[in-house]
Design a protein around this ligand. Structure first.
Ligand code: SAM
Length: 256
């Protein structure tokens, strides 16, 4: 029997065998993989994943669910980390690390940013998220979905939407469609900003008021000369800039 879902923890439990099998097939676990599942809940994905792996790590915030997982799986097969994934130190797990999970939708954006900070140790991520969030993650410039999330994640990962999962696959059904996304960290030859904190600040300020011209939104961060050095017209709007152009803008801005 499924536990009573807690709304504040974004609990929507997968119950549809067809989609459970498809997600596990998309993850394609290999015995020796170091895999961590975020938000295992009652274990719809956990059990089939654990069956295919020598060892699985899971990070679950809900004490009751973590206890139930410990009762069901031997510690030699599944390590249950009762912890908040938003602050969990993924560097404490063996690398190279694969990451998966039907993520709690109420914290998906900060969770994606937290996970991105461990990109150097990660091989790939296969996540289920609200479809609208996945659309924003994979969006291209000049589209309504393109924003801070697109730029900050595409800076580090190659991303692909795999398939949709309808509300009826869950208990209780969420109000929104869900989608599976695969994220693969870009290699060492990826475009890197000279100062990643500044890059993040430029992207955040630019999309803070996405309809305004960059010369207004970035007044405090990027001088007119810096726009010239980067070869970017300061009358453009954030949503027209590629990731590479944001990096160029950040690199030409004076440090500060
Ligand atoms: N994987 C299960 C499934 O597919 O049926 C449950 C998915 S449910 C959408 C999200 C899970 O994440 C819940 O088990 C919830 O308790 C857990 N969770 C919520 N916030 C969390 C957090 N900050 N850190 C770790 N787990 C969290």
């Amino acid at each position: 029997m499924l536990p009573v879902p807690k709304k504040r923890l974004g609990q929507h439990f997968l119950t549809d065998r067809h989609y459970i099998d498809r997600i596990v097939a998309a993850i394609a676990p290999q015995r020796a993989d170091h895999l961590v599942e975020i938000g295992p809940g009652p274990g719809a994905l956990t059990t089939p994943l654990a069956d295919k792996l020598d060892h699985l790590h899971v990070v679950e915030l809900d004490r009751e669910l973590a206890t139930a997982l410990r009762e069901r799986h031997a510690p030699s097969a599944v390590s249950v980390h009762e912890s908040d994934a938003l602050v969990f130190d993924f560097a404490s797990l063996p690398a190279p690390l694969r990451v998966t999970g039907n993520l709690p939708y109420n914290v998906s954006t900060p969770l994606l940013f937290h996970i991105a900070s461990f990109a150097d140790r990660i091989v790939d991520c296969t996540f289920m998220l609200q479809k609208e969030v996945v659309d924003r993650m994979v969006a291209e410039p000049d589209s309504a979905d393109y924003g801070r999330l697109s730029v900050m994640l595409q800076y580090r990962f190659q991303m692909r939407r795999l398939f949709l999962v309808p509300p009826g696959a869950f208990h209780p059904p969420p109000k929104v469609d869900s989608a599976i996304v695969r994220m693969v960290p870009l290699g060492a030859d990826r475009l890197g900003a000279q100062d990643e904190a500044r890059f993040g600040a430029v992207v955040q300020a630019a999309f803070g008021q996405r309809r305004k011209m960059l010369r207004n939104t970035l007044k405090a961060l990027v001088t007119a000369e810096a726009f010239d050095r980067a070869g970017i017209d300061s009358q453009r709007r954030a949503e027209t800039l590629s990731v590479a152009e944001f990096v160029a803008l950040s690199d030409s801005a004076p440090p500060g």
